[in-house]
Design a binder for this molecule. Sequence first.
Ligand code: FES
Ligand code: FE
Length: 375
Amino acid sequence: MTDISNIESSTLPRLQPSLPAELYSDPAVYQEELTKIWYQQWIYAGRVDGLSRPGDYRLTTIGNQTIIITLNREGQVRAFYNTCRHRGAELCQAQQGHFKQDRITCPYHRWSYSLEGALLNTPNLEISNDHHHFGLYPVKCQSWGGNIYINLDSSSPLKLGETADPDFTVLDNWPLEQLKLGHTHQFELACNWKIFWENYLECYHCPGIHPDLCKLVPLYKAALATDRIDPGAELADAVASGIESWTTTGKAISLPFEGLSTEQANAGHTFMELYPNQYIVAHSDYVRQVSISPLSAERTRVTTEWLFSAEAMKDPDFDPAPAIDFSKQVLAEDRWVNELNQRGVTALPPQNGYLVPVEADVGLFHEMYSNWMSQ
Ligand code: FES
Ligand code: FE
């Protein structure tokens, strides 16, 4: 097993500075992040099967922007800014609902739009041939694996998955599109969104903060988040012998998904990150999706969704509690350290922290962040 105390002591001079403290609390930095990151990148906006028929809609928020996600008459996903083309009133107030008669109608002066965003009617007013100039502002949207993603950057020709990162193929063997949403859990985290990712990307904290998770994953017990960082490569990125999945019992809650390779089934977990707002953990028996939404410089909403196979959910004996309870325990443990990190990092002395070698992935996240912010 890797001796982390040796790693630390032998490499102390190589500690990397972390980000300057003000980047975690300055409202001006937060606004710049919204513009340069959150309004540029693909953002997870819920499961497709949450919308069951044409005209069903729900709202999703990215920073200061609210977006309407709906299904057109052909059942295809469409997204629009939640603003009327007349004088800009908010179109939808309820977080979810259904557009009657396939019309999106502004409550103010009752201009109405089709499910494609085209202007259909302007009471007491003839706009004649100019109607097409006044359609709703569209937002790019795509689906993958039963998930909807939107992108507010209308100038980028890039489609979801066209860049090398993330590598969507790592989850090819999971039947994501067919999985059903079994449970959702949401809470507000009193920290900057970057603190969430920094904590996610290192397991230096795992032995002290996640004792039960460390019993399941030997790598984490050694304070390593991935086997790439293990200098001796002695530990695989997999669950301990005899452990089947991430549950309170260590046993799987259902049969493994068909189609997984032996390696994938034995690993017990396969991760994929879609920065800046989602990571997916595919286990052999269920999938967990965690997404974040920044609310301010010091507040972040965290939403966790558990996906199960439709067959398992039909079984009257199916009990997902061991999976849900285990994840909630780990989330609560991380919530505690995220929030104490935020409270400490906003102390008055100007400062920055440091990254130890096993936090190398946090350094890569900071590089990505700096690249985004310098554009
Ligand atoms: Fe929407 Fe007037 S602002 S119809
Ligand atoms: Fe953690």
